[in-house]
Design a protein around this ligand. Structure first.
Ligand code: CA2
Length: 142
């Protein structure tokens, strides 16, 4: 399951210097195509609401074998999303479009990284495909 958090529905419409020109729909389609080359089916979700993101994570417990997540700004604030990810006990692949470590200090800490298999950040929207690839390999190896 690919989960995108708040404001990522705006991709491709604003701040292209930071977040690129691709829309979320473009990214979800590319990820679905890429996953299918590994024989993996993608379920893509996005929400601007913390509770809804947590519901998607709960849903993943029975519907998915791995979670690729860009939690947006909740990365830096949400113990609730971290707890939900820990609770479902699925491998988590954290992705950020921008290099959060080269930005404001409040973006340097992630509540998610400590429970993630790995973190991809700073490679623009191309990072999503790599996250899907790693998650697909993880699924086929386990
Ligand atoms: O770099 C990333 O992927 C982030 O997760 C994006 C979040 C930010 O709060 C994190 O620190 C890093 C923000 C997403 C905002 O998305 C927008 C997309 C287009 C236009 C405006 C915002």
């Amino acid at each position: 399951m690919l989960i995108n958090g708040p404001n990522l529905n705006l991709l491709g419409t604003r701040e292209p210097e930071t977040y690129g020109y691709e829309t979320l729909q473009d990214i979800e389609q590319q990820c679905a195509d890429h996953a299918s080359t590994f024989g993996v089916q993608l379920i893509a979700k996005q929400s601007n609401s913390e509770g809804e993101l947590i519901n998607y994570i709960h849903e993943a417990k029975h519907a998915a074998q791995a979670i690729v997540i860009n939690p947006g700004a909740y990365t830096h604030t949400s113990i609730a999303i971290r707890d939900a990810l820990s609770a479902v006990n699925l491998p988590v692949f954290e992705i950020h479009i921008s290099n959060v470590h080269a930005r404001e200090e409040f973006r340097h800490h992630s509540y998610i990284s400590g429970i993630a298999v790995g973190v991809i950040c700073g490679f623009g929207t191309a990072g999503y495909k790599y996250a899907i690839e790693r998650a697909s390999h993880y699924i086929s190896e386990s």
